[in-house]
Design a protein around this ligand. Structure first.
Ligand code: AMP
Ligand code: TRP
Length: 338
């Protein structure tokens, strides 16, 4: 049974979004709206609470991510936009997947190891089971394509493993699709401005390490001016960036923001130092990001309207998810779906 092409992706409301989220994920979400595939985008609040979240901040961050999606160009007429906790089918399917996934598989997940840190005994059970919920987010819609940054590759492989095991265990070939990750695009991995070996993250303790979508022009310019670099001039080809993680990152950001390739950027700036390159990059970043921040502020002034959009999206999401959940329950031998 071929599955209807359908795109699903999610972003956690755990702090304000960064340039990495934008270039690695949201920019592609927007582009996929014109692909002919149905697009479903979710603010994954239930994933966020796998680590402690202050309740008021969680509510604000959920609206903040929704506003960022809208400000970046997600159109609720073209896509379904909602927050995860409003569609209980995600957690219902996640329980079934908790019973499909093997402990050995979960033990290999690097995001769990990173987030749990040294004191693994103190991590929540939710953090450990997180990948089964993520698989449920995707498969409760039988989504065939998932655009994400590179850091999510392992979770998507696990999603395929869960789908394959379910289909096999219940002798239901093609019941769930083997979802394709869409990794790549302009900047699959944007690195920290302070350390070219770490990804840019909204949870990094240093605000100077990232550009937030809500930063104003001065903050953006200052962060780029202070970004770590090396004293060498820019090379003529991308191969010349080998071993120069910080330089490569800034060139990659410039390329992704301008829509050029790294080759084209270097053709323009080869031989120049960062003293010349950084102001150009800052100008470009300000030009692309400040309109998003302005639109987010406008949207956040009316939280009722954001909640209305999320509620409407949740109803439309549920209309797709519930029949698939009911079919799953029947396949497992459970009576009823609610
Ligand atoms: P998160 O902030 O972890 O919820 O991630 C939301 C989406 O943004 C996921 O698809 C991530 O892969 C992507 N993402 C997060 N940080 C980066 C980054 N530094 N570079 C590229 N993509 C990223
Ligand atoms: N785990 C993803 C992240 O940390 C967020 C996420 C949750 C997600 N469910 C998803 C991404 C489903 C894609 C599809 O970024």
């Amino acid at each position: 049974m071929p599955h209807t092409p359908r795109v699903f992706s999610g972003v956690q409301p755990s702090g304000s979004l960064t340039l990495g989220n934008y270039l690695g994920a949201i920019k592609r979400f927007v582009e996929l709206q014109g692909s002919g595939m149905e697009t479903i985008y979710c603010v994954v609040d239930l994933h966020a609470i796998t680590v402690w979240q202050d309740p008021k901040e969680l509510t604000a961050a959920t609206r903040g991510v929704a506003a960022a999606f809208l400000a970046c160009g997600i159109d609720p007429k073209k896509s379904i936009l909602f927050n995860q906790s409003q569609v209980p089918a995600h957690t219902q399917l996640a329980w079934i997947f908790n019973c499909v996934v093997r402990l050995g598989w979960l033990n290999r997940m690097t995001q769990f190891k990173d987030k749990a840190g040294k004191d693994r005994e103190a991590a929540s059970a939710g953090l450990y089971a997180y990948p089964a919920l993520m698989a449920a987010d995707i498969l409760v819609y039988r989504a065939t394509h998932v655009p994400v940054g590179e850091d999510q590759k392992q979770h998507l492989e696990l999603t395929r493993d869960i789908a394959a095991k379910f289909n096999n265990d219940f002798d239901a070939p093609d019941f769930f699709p083997l979802t394709e990750p869409l990794i790549g695009g302009p900047a699959p991995r944007v690195m920290s401005l302070r350390d070219g070996s770490k990804k840019m993250s909204k949870s990094d303790p240093s605000d100077m390490s990232r550009i937030n979508l809500t930063d104003d022009a001065d903050a953006i310019a200052q962060k780029i001016r202070k970004a770590r670099t090396d004293p060498e001039p820019l090379p003529e080809t991308p191969e010349g960036l080998e071993g120069r993680a910080e330089a490569r990152n800034l060139v990659g950001i410039y390329a992704a923001l301008s829509g050029l390739t790294a080759e084209q950027v270097l053709a323009e700036y080869a031989g120049q130092g960062f003293g010349a390159f950084k102001p150009k990059l800052a100008e470009l970043a300000v030009e692309k990001i400040t309109p998003i921040a302005d639109e987010m502020r406008r949207l956040l002034a009316d939280p009722g309207e954001i909640d209305r959009i999320l509620g409407d999206g949740a109803k439309r999401a549920e209309a797709i998810a519930v029949p698939i959940l009911e079919e799953t329950y029947r396949t497992v031998g459970l009576i009823g779906s609610r």
